[in-house]
Design a binder for this molecule. Structure first.
Ligand SMILES: [Zn+2]
Length: 424
C-alpha cells in the first residue's frame, strides 16, 4: 500500500518553519519527501490532496492516565463495575487517537495489567489507540500492595512524610520487580505529595533515599524506566540521583536542581504539566488555598523557561484523565507552553513531536516527518505554527494516520486516485 500526500505545508517536528512538499508513504513508513512526486511514477494506491493544510507528525503525550476514567465523551463517576473500568481504558485510548495523539508515555494506570494488554492489542493492530509505553500505578509508601487490590483507594498518597516511618526498602524493590513481571515499561513513584489531593503536601517527601535508590537499581536490573511525580527540589534531586528518566510537575525546581538536571549524562525528560494547574484554576469551584494552585502556577512559569534555556527536554502531558481534566483536552498544554512558558508555537509543537520521539525511546524513527520514519501523521486544517490552539478542536484534524494506516480521513480530503482499497 502506497499513499501519496500532495501539496502539503510540512511542519517536520524539528521546529523549523513549514515548507511545501509531497510525501510518499509505503507500508508503515515515509519513503520519500520531495516536490511534485508523480503518482504514476510512484505507483501510489491513493493520493490525498492536502492543499491549504499542514502535514505534521502525530502528537505525543508524556503524562496521561488512561486508567482514571474521564474523557471529553464520558465523565467517570469512578464507581463503575470492574468490567466497565476495563473497557474505559480502551475507550480512553481511542479518544486520545481521535484527538491526534498517536503515541503516549503513560503516567500510570490503576490496572497496569490492562494497560499492558491494551499496549499489545494496539501494537497488534486490532484495537484503535496510540502506541503506548505502559506504566504501573503509583503507590504511596503506605500502600505498597498489588495495584489491582488498591483500586480507588481514595487518596493514593498518605502524607506523614518519608522519614516519619520505618524504611520499606524491600517493599519498594519488590514492587518494581512485580511490575516488571506484569510487563510494564515504566514504574511510577510519587516522590513528593500532591496538594491537589491532600492539602499542603506537594513539598513533602514521600520516600526515603535508600528506598528510591533500591527502585533505581531494580529498574536498571529489569531494563524498565522510572517516572517520578515530584514538585520540590528535594524530590526532584532524589529522582535525578537514582536514574529516573522522566519527572512530572517540577513546580518548585530551583536553579541548583536545574543545573544538576542539565549536567546528566543521560537526558531527563520533564513534563511540567501546566494543563492540570490551568484546569484547577478555571473550575467553577475555585481551588482551596491548600491546593496551592496559584503558588505552583507562578513558580512553574518561572521554572520552565529556565529548563528550556538549559537545554533540558520538556514534554507535554498534564495528568489528563481526571474528571476536571479529561482526556481529549491534552492539546491545551501546547497553548500553555506558549502562553505561560514563552515558547513559540513551533517550539511547543517540537516538544510534542521530535522530543516526544525521544521520550518514547524511538528517536530514530518517531516524531518527525522524515524519510525512513514511521508514518504517524496528521493533516491539520490551518497552520498550528501560527496558532497552536487549533489542535484543540479535533474537527481541524482532517487526517490521522498511524503506522501508515489511515485512522481518519475527512470527506473533503478523500483520495483522488485508487489503485487498491483504501482502508479508512
Ligand atoms: Zn499524574
Amino acid at each position: 500500500m502506497k499513499t501519496l500526500i500532495k501539496n502539503a505545508q510540512i511542519f517536520d517536528g524539528t521546529g523549523s518553519p513549514r515548507y511545501p512538499s509531497d510525501v510518499l508513504i509505503e507500508g508503515k513508513r515515509i519513503v520519500q519527501i520531495a516536490h511534485a512526486i508523480d503518482s504514476s511514477v510512484a505507483e501510489a494506491d491513493a493520493v490525498i490532496d492536502a492543499t491549504g493544510a499542514t502535514l505534521m507528525p502525530g502528537l505525543i503525550d508524556g503524562h496521561t492516565h488512561l486508567g482514571l476514567g474521564s474523557t471529553v465523551e464520558y465523565r467517570s463517576p469512578r464507581t463503575e463495575p470492574e468490567e466497565t473500568q476495563v473497557m474505559i481504558i480502551g475507550h480512553n485510548a481511542r479518544v486520545m487517537l481521535d484527538h491526534g495523539y498517536t503515541s503516549i508515555y503513560s503516567g500510570g494506570n490503576r490496572r497496569p495489567k490492562v494497560e499492558v494488554a491494551l499496549r499489545d492489542a494496539v501494537k497488534d493492530g486490532w484495537m484503535p489507540g496510540p502506541r503506548i509505553r505502559a506504566a504501573s500505578w503509583e503507590v504511596s509508601a503506605d500502600t505498597m500492595k498489588a495495584p489491582s487490590a488498591t483500586l480507588n483507594p481514595g487518596s493514593p498518597n498518605e502524607h506523614r512524610g518519608a522519614y516519619d516511618r520505618p524504611a520499606i526498602t524491600q517493599k519498594v524493590r519488590d514492587f518494581v520487580h512485580e511490575m516488571a513481571d506484569v510487563g510494564v515499561d515504566i514504574v511510577k513513584m510519587p516522590l513528593t505529595g500532591e496538594s491537589a489531593l491532600v492539602e499542603y503536601t506537594s513539598r513533602i517527601l514521600e520516600f526515603q533515599e535508600e528506598e528510591v535508590a533500591a527502585a533505581g537499581i531494580a529498574a536498571r536490573e529489569r531494563g524498565i524506566w522510572l517516572t517520578a511525580h515530584a514538585h520540590s527540589s528535594e524530590g526532584i534531586q532524589m529522582a535525578l540521583r537514582h536514574g529516573f528518566r522522566v519527572i512530572y510537575h517540577v513546580s518548585y525546581m530551583d536553579d541548583e536542581t536545574i543545573e544538576m538536571a542539565a549536567r546528566l549524562a543521560e537526558p531527563v525528560f520533564i513534563a511540567p504539566s501546566p494543563g492540570s494547574l490551568w484546569m484547577m484554576g478555571n473550575m467553577d469551584k475555585p481551588p482551596t488555598p491548600g491546593m496551592e494552585v496559584e503558588e505552583a502556577t507562578q513558580s512553574l512559569r518561572q521554572v520552565v523557561p529556565k529548563l528550556v534555556k538549559a537545554g533540558i527536554h520538556v514534554v507535554p502531558g498534564s495528568d489528563y484523565g481526571f474528571g476536571f481534566n479529561p482526556i481529549g483536552l491534552n492539546a491545551k498544554d501546547l497553548e500553555l507552553f506558549v502562553d505561560w512558558f514563552g515558547m513559540t508555537p513551533s517550539e511547543s509543537l517540537r516538544c510534542a513531536t521530535e522530543v516526544g520521539g525521544h521520550l518514547m525511546g524511538m528517536s530514530e524513527e518517531l516524531g518527525l516527518v522524515k524519510e525512513g520514519y514511521l508514518a504517524d501523521l496528521l493533516i491539520v486544517e490551518g497552520d498550528p505554527t501560527d496558532d497552536v490552539s487549533i489542535l484543540q478542536d479535533k474537527a481541524n484534524l482532517s487526517m490521522i494516520m498511524k503506522d501508515g494506516e489511515l485512522y481518519k480521513l475527512a470527506g473533503h480530503r478523500s483520495p483522488t486516485r485508487h489503485r487498491g482499497a483504501v482502508a479508512v
